[in-house]
Design a protein around this ligand. Structure first.
Ligand code: PLP
Length: 432
């Protein structure tokens, strides 16, 4: 196998012609493959089908069961079913009392909390929309495009912070948060980050908890979307320090907002989302959310708690999900290593959980790779998406989502990706 860095200039053109030939051959297959969004596969979704029968049609007893103050078929219990709060609390590592179990989307919680802060402030602070200057959010990069879409939507200035293997660069975070009262929040995906798959270390979580923000209304937006999404069972190396406990130990009990949902546990878009925080934060947020809705869909929550009554049941279910996902990650990593590792091209993360792999190539190659792949029938997440304003300053990061295609499709899609990466790399070197 040819190592590209060692390739003499005069051989670049013939190597490019060879890769172009491979590319054209793939193009003629007329494939339609998608590695763009982190969607569960049909097989993963099948695992949750029994949930639909978890509440029998003659189950009116279930509708009046112990935890519920009211008949679940009726209005009431705005903070969500107590059992649901307990299960999602256990998932996030917080007591049920600190959890609100809501509708189908954690992203909606995030959007609504930012919206609420814009119009009403946080625990009595000046509404962000009334500040002289726009508020600022720190955005660890590469990160989740839909987080950035929320803050962009509200005109919040986004400041990128490098995401390292053990979490965000805390020197930058501390400097920004502690010196600038405009900084109101930071987006975090602390376990199996989207898209690098990194897990924040205990030290990083403790530095978060110890932050002394210049702004009284600064909050850490701790999006634990992949908290139970390890690819290997009992993986001690990916344990996450509990943010609630860390903040309480640092005497900053109100600093954290935590989110999760069952979108990647049961049904994507048909699950249950939860928000957790301190009693004081929750009381104020609950009052505001009560204006928006009389209460959540408790019937779906009942289905969920019948199907997944406790953390053990969630973990057992996630072991089945992992068995479907792990071979897919393994295939992508194997092909990347075979095709690109030996040629000395690019670098990629090797996540131990979550939904994504991040590829980093030479500067000015990401857009080209995504464009080439699209023409050969492989849809990738748009280049730039993991950065605020879609702006990847080096144009070299691509998010790969292996969950949806079959293992065979992934092999083909990753080989096509690799050929595109080779072409982009060669073109880049020839331009120099
Ligand atoms: N947060 C992260 C980090 C995600 O990757 C996703 C989905 O991909 C979501 C939130 C969406 O969650 P929900 O379906 O609960 O809105």
């Amino acid at each position: 196998m040819i190592s590209y860095p060692a390739l003499p200039i005069e051989e670049l053109a013939s190597e490019l012609a060879e890769q172009q030939e491979r590319y054209d051959a793939y193009k003629h297959l007329g494939l339609k493959l998608n590695m763009a969004r982190g969607k569960p596969s049909p097989e993963q979704l099948d695992l949750s089908l029994p949930m639909l029968n978890a509440v029998p049609a003659d189950g009116s007893q279930d509708m009046l069961h112990a935890g519920a103050a009211d008949d679940l078929r009726n209005y009431g219990t705005p903070e969500g079913l107590p059992e649901m709060r307990a299960v999602l609390g256990a998932v996030m590592g917080v007591p049920a009392a600190n959890v609100l179990a809501g509708g189908n989307s954690s992203l909606t919680w995030m959007h609504n909390l930012v919206s609420l802060a814009m119009t009403h402030g946080v625990l009595g602070s000046t509404p962000w929309a009334k500040l002289d200057e726009p508020p600022v959010f720190l955005c660890p990069v590469p990160g989740y495009d839909r987080h950035f879409a929320i803050t962009e939507h509200f005109g919040i200035t986004m400041v990128p912070v490098p995401l390292k293997e053990d979490g965000p660069d805390m020197d930058v975070v501390e400097q920004q948060v502690q010196s600038n009262a405009q900084v109101k929040g930071i987006w975090c995906v602390p376990r199996f980050s989207n898209p690098t798959g990194c897990v924040y270390s205990d030290e990083i979580v403790e530095r978060f908890a110890a932050l002394a923000p210049a702004a009284e209304d600064f909050r850490i937006y701790w999006d634990n979307a992949y908290v139970v999404h390890g690819l290997a069972a009992d993986d001690a190396s990916t344990k996450l320090r509990n943010i609630k406990e860390a903040c309480e130990a640092a005497a900053h009990p109100n600093l954290w907002y935590q989110f999760t949902s069952t979108s990647k546990i049961t049904f994507a878009g048909g699950g249950v989302a939860a928000f957790a925080s301190s009693e004081e934060n929750l009381a104020s947020i609950k009052a505001a959310m009560g204006v928006q809705s009389i209460g959540p869909d408790k019937i779906n929550q009942l289905r969920h708690v019948q199907f997944l009554p406790n953390l053990e049941a969630v973990n057992a279910h996630m072991t089945q999900q992992a068995a479907l996902l792990e071979p897919k990650f393994a295939m992508v990593l194997r092909v990347l290593s075979e095709e690109l590792g030996s040629a000395g091209i690019g670098a990629w993360t090797q996540p131990r959980g979550g939904y994504f792999i991040t590829y980093t190539g030479a500067p000015n190659t990401a857009r080209r790779i995504v464009g080439l792949a699209a023409k050969a029938g492989v849809v990738l997440t748009p280049a730039g998406a993991p950065f605020p304003y879609g702006n990847d300053p080096l144009d070299n990061v691509i998010r790969i989502a292996p969950s949806y295609p079959s293992v065979d499709e992934l092999e083909t899609a990753t080989r096509i990706f690799a050929v595109c990466a080779r072409i982009a790399e060669l073109e880049n070197r020839m331009e120099k």
